[in-house]
Each structure stands twice: as structure tokens, then as C-alpha cells.
Ligand binder design. Structure first.
Ligand code: FAD
Ligand code: MLT
Ligand code: ZN
Length: 469
């Protein structure tokens, strides 16, 4: 252990501090698997004062810190490949308090999303941020990426659910931001500056999460569609006629990989596109008694879609097990694709811009990705497409990446032209850094840099992520 690390260890004798190669490898990477991990060491503090001491030590030693949650990130934000100290929040994983009147749950930042959801459920309440990485990703990581997921259509992103947070700043001081207040008109809301900051402005150590009433009973319908262009009319009809809690989509190629990973085929025939629709069984806002029956309205919508030629087939859940099996087809995509090392896009646009954009991008991808496996899926009800690319057989990793980056340049310029964003929910991290300037203006980036420099002048937190120093 170097002298600097030995000094840290002797200042904090109880701190688990590791330079074990297995730990460096494990804690130095996220789901991107692109950069070989090379951290200096891994620190796993258990208390806020330890985090503060580590940050002060890092400042004195000029050692960069990578704040680390569950490392399920898909943009390289938690990668430590340049001798940084990984500051893992995994031991700070407790529920601290619940307040029934405020309807808030205070947690340490290293708690997993699933554990926070369970703690909300134990109070007969609901924390609505949700997605497939729930078992491993952490609330700190969710806040740092302003995570989205499968319930954004109804409940919004993580940002909507953070009533307050505590963060350790670059000088080691502890900021207590918004303190759970519903209204607070006392200047800049620094809580929101930390949300989505990708570990570049401070280490989030605690959060106060807003909870809401549990959702009403729901059903899931999987619709088979003849083409991507059918998605928008189906979405429009679903939004008009059902009380929607999710509207997701995936193509036949996505389904192919999920089935290859062991899921059950939903239909006898193959179809180009699928929409997964989740809706309330009873709709309290319905105008008449017959309108209350969500299933009846879903079936009428299905018939209408068949007549219009937007829908080719469909299946509806009759039990929680059915619903889970249908969700697995959508939620299993990331894991099914991971062994193939996909190049991932996570793009965002206004929902109204989707039809024109999809046509444009289909043409671009057909031309520039010949023989590649192009897999479309995502949260289309939020205007968020995840288009994953797999290489043709025998293409080298280097050639594949070079081609994907070249096409991403064109994709990014097309997004800029329609007012979209190069990242919807995964963040910029290392992966999307080259294109930040396409969909954020020079003035916006100058503001971001100015904030970063003011709050972390030495560039201690996650340097090289989001933008270069
Ligand atoms: P990490 O990967 O550890 O870190 C992510 C970023 O946050 C890094 O920049 C890191 O430095 C920073 N960070 C982490 N903890 C802290 C902290 N305490 N203080 C300051 N900065 C911190 N994302 C979505 O938005 N929607 C989805 O639907 C979705 N689905 C996914 C499905 C799968 C199967 C997988 C593997 C990932 C998915 N993701 C999704 C991406 C990922 O899970 C999210 O970005 C998640 O919020 C990351 O949390 P984490 O704890 O793993 O963060
Ligand atoms: C998803 O929606 O499944 C996630 O964002 C993960 C991914 O894009 O692979
Ligand atoms: Zn997603």
C-alpha cells in the first residue's frame, strides 16, 4: 500500500480499504465493460464522517474519487480506469427513518432500489421508480443519473421523488439540501443540481425519498404490431382509452435474444414489433360504469387496432404470473444482450417527433449498419429509444466501435435537429461524451463547466466523466 493509502488507513483504522486485484477489477468497472479497470484502491466507508475524511484526504493527496453505487451504469460513469480511489457506498445501505405524515423514507445512498421499494411497501406505500437493475443499483446511483425506467410515463424520473439529499462536497463539508420541504423558494435548488450530476459534484450519502399510494390493480397486454410505424397510433389509442402505467416496446430481434436466454415465446408466429401495455383494471376517472372495466376497454382497443391494421395479435395477463412473464420479455433484454457486448444508444426526443425520427433513423441504420443486428426497444411512451447494435460475425471489436461511433455522430446531429438528447436516462459518463456538444448548447456546457469548477476546483470527483476538464 502506498504512503498516501497508509496515511488514510491509519487515520481511519476501521475503514475497509482494499488494493486486492480482485477488488480493483470488481469495483473499477460498470456494465459497459469497455475500459479495463485500474483504480488505485477501493474504500468502503460505513459513515458520513468517514466519507468526509476520505474526501479531505483525497483533496490533500490530489487523488481523484469515483463515487460508486451498484455499478449497473451503462455509460461508464462509475468506471475507475486511471488510478482513482473508488468510493463505494455499498456499506451505507440502511433505511434511516420513515415519516407517515410527510410520506418520506430517509435512506443511506448505498441502499438498493429494490430494498427502498420494499421498505416503502412495508409502510403500505410505494416508491415508483423501477427498472430491471432494481436488485443491484442504488438510490445514490439513481439520483446521480436521474434514473428513469418503466414507470416514467405515469410517475416521472427519479428527480420527482427526491425530497432532499445530503452530499459531501469537495472540501469535505456536508450539504443538507432541501431537508424534505415541499415548498422552498429560497434561492437555487441545489438538490436538483446534484440530481443527474453523475458523481461530478459531490458524494450523495443520504436521501429523503417521497412515497405515494400503492398503484391500483393492473393488467398487462402484449400487442404484436406489423411495423414500427404502428407504434404511435397504438400508443395514442392506449393513452386515450386506458389508464396507462407503462407503454414499452421491443422488436422481433430483441425478442429473439430474450427467447434464446430462456423466456417463453408469447405468440406462435413472429412479428416485427411488440408493445407492452400496462393499465389499471378499474379506472376511477371513468365517465360511466361500463368505462370502469379496464380489461373490456383494452379488448375493444385491441379489436379496433386489428381493424385498422395496427395490431396483428395480442395476449393479455390474467394473473400476476402472466404479467411477470410478459414483463420478462421486455425487462430481460439488457441481460440477454450483455454477453454480445452491444453498442447502446439511449436517445430522447419529444414523443410527437418519434414517427418522423424513426423513419429517418431506420434509413440511416439500414445504410450504415449493413449486416449488423440492430435491436430496437425502450420506453417509447416517454420518447426514449434504446437502439442496441451488435456486430456482424467476424468484425473486430475495434472496427465495430469505430463504425458505431461514426454512425452515432450522425444520429446525434439528427437528434440535435429535432431538439432531442443523446442520453435520456443512462447519462453521458465516458460513453456519450463526444456528442454532448450536439444536444447541449455551448452556453449550457459553459455553465456546467463553471459550476463544476466552482464546486470542485481541483476536479476531485469523477474527472473525465460528462466532459473533459
Ligand atoms: P453506478 O453505476 O454505480 O454509478 C452511476 C453514476 O452515478 C456514476 O457516475 C457514479 O459515479 C455515480 N454515483 C453512484 N453513486 C453515487 C453517489 N452515492 N454519489 C454521487 N455519485 C454517485 N437506467 C435507467 O435510467 N432506466 C432503466 O430502465 C435502466 N435499466 C437498466 C437495466 C439493467 C439490466 C441495467 C444493468 C442497467 C439499467 N439502467 C437503467 C442503468 C443503471 O441501472 C442506472 O443508471 C442506475 O441509476 C445506476 O445506479 P448504480 O447504483 O448502479 O450506479
Ligand atoms: C432498459 O430500458 O431496459 C434499460 O435502460 C437498459 C438498457 O437500455 O439496456
Ligand atoms: Zn431504459
Amino acid at each position: 500500500m502506498s504512503g498516501a493509502l497508509a496515511a488514510l488507513q491509519s487515520a481511519l483504522p476501521e475503514l475497509p480499504l482494499s488494493t486486492d486485484p480482485g477488488d480493483l477489477d470488481h469495483y473499477g468497472r460498470d456494465w459497459t465493460r469497455r475500459w479495463p479497470p485500474a483504480p488505485l484502491a477501493v474504500a468502503r466507508p460505513g459513515r458520513i464522517d468517514e466519507v468526509q475524511a476520505i474526501v479531505r484526504w483525497a483533496g490533500e493527496q490530489a487523488i481523484a474519487i469515483v463515487p460508486s453505487g451498484g455499478r449497473t451504469g451503462l455509460s461508464g460513469g462509475a468506471v475507475a480506469a486511471r488510478g482513482e480511489l473508488v468510493l463505494s457506498l455499498e456499506r451505507m445501505n440502511k433505511v434511516l427513518a420513515f415519516d407517515a405524515i410527510d410520506r418520506t423514507l430517509s435512506v443511506q445512498a448505498g441502499i438498493t432500489l429494490a430494498a427502498a421499494q420494499q421498505a416503502a411497501g412495508a409502510q403500505d406505500l410505494y416508491y415508483p421508480v423501477d427498472f430491471a437493475a432494481r436488485g443491484s443499483c442504488t438510490i445514490g446511483g439513481n439520483i446521480a443519473t436521474n434514473a428513469g425506467g418503466i414507470r416514467v410515463l405515469r410517475h416521472g424520473n427519479t428527480r420527482e421523488w427526491v425530497a432532499g439529499l445530503k452530499a459531501v462536497a469537495a472540501d469535505g463539508s456536508l450539504l443538507d439540501l432541501n431537508r424534505g420541504l415541499v415548498k422552498n423558494a429560497s434561492g437555487y435548488d441545489l438538490r436538483h443540481l446534484l440530481i443527474g450530476s453523475e458523481g461530478t459534484l459531490g458524494v450523495i450519502v443520504e436521501a429523503s425519498l417521497r412515497l405515494t399510494a400503492p398503484p391500483p390493480p393492473s393488467q398487462v397486454m402484449l400487442l404484436a404490431l406489423p411495423e414500427l410505424a404502428a407504434l404511435m397510433p397504438v400508443f395514442k389509442a392506449c393513452r386515450q382509452r386506458l389508464s396507462l402505467s407503462a407503454f414499452e416496446f421491443f422488436t422481433d430481434r430483441a425478442l429473439h435474444h430474450v427467447l434464446a436466454a430462456g423466456a417463453q415465446a408469447p405468440f406462435a408466429d413472429s412479428h416485427p414489433v411488440h408493445a407492452l401495455v400496462e393499465f389499471d383494471v378499474d379506472d376511477d376517472d371513468a365517465q360511466s360504469d361500463s368505462d370502469h372495466d379496464g380489461q373490456a376497454r383494452a379488448l375493444a382497443l385491441f379489436e379496433h387496432g386489428l381493424e385498422q391494421g395496427w395490431i396483428a395479435d395480442g395476449v393479455i395477463s390474467h394473473s400476476q404470473a402472466d404479467a411477470a412473464a410478459l414483463w420478462r420479455l421486455r425487462e430481460g433484454i439488457t441481460e440477454a444482450l450483455a454477453p454480445h457486448r452491444p453498442y447502446k444508444n439511449d436517445i430522447s426526443m419529444r414523443i410527437s417527433a418519434i414517427p418522423g425520427f424513426m423513419t429517418q433513423i431506420q434509413a440511416l441504420f439500414a445504410r450504415d449498419y449493413p449486416g449488423f443486428d440492430v435491436i430496437w426497444f425502450g420506453h417509447i411512451g416517454d420518447g426514449n429509444l434504446h437502439i442496441n447494435i451488435l456486430p456482424p460475425e467476424r468484425m473486430s471489436g475495434e472496427d465495430f466501435l469505430a463504425r458505431c461511433e461514426q454512425v452515432t455522430g450522425q444520429l446525434s446531429r439528427a437528434l440535435a435537429a429535432c431538439g432531442g438528447s443523446i442520453s435520456a436516462e443512462h447519462g453521458i459518463g465516458l460513453v456519450k461524451k463526444p456528442w454532448l456538444g450536439d444536444t447541449r448548447s455551448a452556453a449550457e456546457i459553459a455553465w456546467m463547466r463553471a459550476m463544476r469548477t466552482a464546486l470542485d476546483p481541483a476536479g476531485l470527483f469523477n474527472p473525465g466523466k460528462l466532459f473533459d476538464p
